[in-house]
Design a protein around this ligand. Structure first.
Ligand SMILES: Cc1cc2nc3c(=O)[nH]c(=O)nc-3n(C[C@H](O)[C@H](O)[C@H](O)COP(=O)(O)O)c2cc1C
Length: 365
């Protein structure tokens, strides 16, 4: 089946935004692992639009229903199937998009690729809504990793032109994770967070949208614990999962593109023996991955999220039927900025990639 991610842990996401339901099929989560459903529900609420003044008017309960592979609070050895019902569709808002595609969205490419065999209502299978089941899988992966001392957490690194405090790439840990867990808006600097919210409302008032960068850390990964060579490097695996999150347009690790402006002597991260007698690095420009393998330093990865393509401003488009230029004024319910709600999606993609890499590389997990 296409659209499946993972080597040992195989994840497929199914459904369309305005179909009966969306969901996930997962094979390979370690059997016997507990799923804390309350914790999972808290995690999913971070992605949900419910209770967020800056988010879409489409308020879905997003309650996961476990159809198989889960009994008495534990994962079974058989495939896990989870369904989330769609309950708040307004399909007529999208009729026009079959003829007049939204600039920046998947409508036109999907129409050319699949013709009549694609459901584009609400973005169909290309909708950001499909990140709800991704977050179910990711939320489970985060719980499994947490039990092994591996933590995955993210914040808004910058939103449009407003920056949060960056993670310390050498020492990021429980302190930042706790602060983010307690914050309703995922930033370390609350003043920056307030300015970001203002920028979102400002963009909204101009019928426009804005994007940003999400920075994610993975701590507790032992050196050499995962990552295979060439095509199965940990960085490549994480990047593949991240690009599955709709609207992600760039991924960088550690110093990322900025390393090109450094000398080797500045970019290389010197090794040293720390107070506990363990080998560590004094810097982390490499972002916790060397040669595709975990180096033992925190994994630091950033994902660029573009401005929401569906904007209420009049935009140039075309009528496919009439083969002429026409302006497009969209209907429907869209976030002026998807970055805050994408934070748990990024955590999910990273957690799934890391868990799969560990299952692949470790004889026993
Ligand atoms: C959590 C989340 C919510 C999203 N909500 C919307 C939305 O309301 N309107 C929209 O046009 N795009 C939304 N998107 C982005 C589109 O789904 C995405 O840009 C589109 O599928 C095209 O894919 P691409 O940007 O990866 O090329 C959302 C993305 C995420 C991660």
């Amino acid at each position: 089946m296409s659209g499946t991610f993972g080597n040992k842990l195989k994840i497929s996401i199914f459904g369309e935004s305005h179909g009966a339901a969306i969901g996930l099929l997962a094979d390979g989560f370690p059997a016997g692992e507990k799923i804390d459903l309350e914790e999972l529900s808290r995690f999913l609420s971070r992605r949900s639009a419910v209770g967020k003044s800056y988010a879409t008017g489409r308020k879905e309960a997003d309650t996961p229903r476990f159809l198989s592979g889960f009994l008495n609070g534990r994962i079974l050895s058989s495939p896990l199937c989870v369904m989330i019902e769609n309950t708040a569709q307004h399909s007529s808002d999208y009729d026009v998009l079959r003829d007049i595609p939204r600039p920046g969205h998947a409508d036109y490419a999907a129409y050319c690729r699949h013709g009549q065999n694609v459901d584009l209502r609400g973005g169909g299978h290309y909708s950001g809504r499909l990140t709800a089941p991704l977050c179910v899988a990711g939320g489970i992966a985060i719980q499994i990793l947490h039990r092994r001392g591996i933590e995955v957490f993210a914040h808004i690194y910058n939103l449009h032109d407003i920056a949060d405090l960056p993670f310390d790439p050498v020492a990021v840990g429980a302190c930042e994770q706790d602060r983010l867990a307690q914050s309703p808006f995922p930033v370390l600097d609350t003043q920056a967070g307030d300015a970001m919210l203002e920028a979102i409302f400002e963009a909204k008032s101009h019928l426009d949208s804005i994007g940003g960068v999400i920075e994610c850390a993975v701590t507790g990964l032992a050196p050499g614990s995962c990552g295979e060579h060439m095509f199965d490097g940990l960085d490549g695996h994480i990047a593949q999962a991240l690009f599955a999150v709709p609207a992600v347009k760039g991924v960088e690790f550690g110093a990322g593109f900025a390393c090109t402006q450094l000398y080797g002597s500045e970019n290389n991260d010197p090794f040293t023996i720390n107070q506990d007698g363990k080998i560590t690095c004094t810097r982390n420009n490499h972002g916790g991955i060397l040669g595709g393998m975990a180096s033992g330093m925190p994994v630091i990865v950033r994902a660029a999220v573009k401005p929401t393509p569906s904007i209420y401003k009049l935009q140039p488009s075309v009528s496919i039927r009439e083969n002429r230029d026409v302006p497009l004024e969209i209907q429907g319910r869209h976030d002026p900025c998807i970055v805050p709600r994408a934070v748990p999606c990024i955590e999910s993609a990273v957690a799934l990639a890391v868990l799969d890499a560990l299952l692949d590389s470790q004889k026993s997990f």
